[in-house]
Design a binder for this molecule. Structure first.
Ligand SMILES: C[S@@+](CC[C@H](N)C(=O)[O-])C[C@H]1O[C@@H](n2cnc3c(N)ncnc32)[C@H](O)[C@@H]1O
Length: 190
């Protein structure tokens, strides 16, 4: 199973952010929605074998983990506004494919590690992906527009992991997810 973890240091942690200001009062909820879209959507289908965890660390009640499950998502379309509106509704438990809970980045990583999951930390200065035998059954950890804090990256390195790079160019988190999905689809079968 493919899993993505995005550390979103400013993402809103209440349902009252406005849909017409996702980058501002939503705390870069536009970035979050693009990551969710690129992780889960195909043309006319969803990646049923994939889930994406957003660690929202913005106000007013951080931290929260918002998880989208490709296996059970219903009625969500891939545009940013729709994904953001479902994040709002999910706080009230209205979609079986989305779960919102109070949890920190480190608690989430510990939970995944306890299940025996392997972590790939995405970082511009990691090992070039060309030389990595990428496993599809893993957790891919990414930072937001400001990167993954060193403290959180250090925590992931306590568990089985590899720090990998897609090259020297710094891409958007959502673009990195597309690249990883493409490489896995293309070279590791679906
Ligand atoms: C816009 S980048 C963050 C840039 C930020 N200024 C920094 O220095 O970390 C967002 C995230 O995408 C991932 N990323 C971006 N470019 C990458 C690359 N070339 N290789 C691996 N991961 C990358 C990293 O996880 C990064 O934290």
């Amino acid at each position: 199973m493919r899993e993505f973890v995005i550390y979103a240091r400013k993402a809103a942690t209440s349902s009252d952010f406005p849909l017409n200001d996702l980058p501002g009062r939503g705390g870069r909820m536009d970035l979050v929605a693009r990551c969710v879209c690129n992780a889960l959507w195909l043309s006319h289908d969803l990646r049923r074998d994939t889930c994406v965890h957003i660690v929202a660390c913005g106000g007013p009640e951080p931290p929260k983990v918002i998880t989208f499950y490709g296996s059970s998502l219903r009625g969500v379309s891939p545009d940013e506004r729709s994904i953001a509106s479902w994040i709002k509704k999910a706080s009230k438990g209205r979609n079986p494919g989305i779960r919102v809970r109070r949890q920190s980045f480190q608690e989430l990583i510990s939970e995944l590690a306890a299940k025996g999951r392997f972590f790939y930390i995405l970082h511009e200065k990691g090992k070039d992906i060309e030389g990595v035998e990428l496993s599809e059954d893993a957790v891919f950890v990414l930072g937001d527009h400001l990167g993954l804090p060193a403290k959180e990256e250090g925590f992931v390195t306590r568990f089985p992991h590899e720090k990998i790079s897609l090259g020297r160019i710094s891409y958007l988190s959502s673009q990195c997810i597309t690249i990883i999905n493409y490489i896995l689809d293309r070279y590791h079968g679906r």
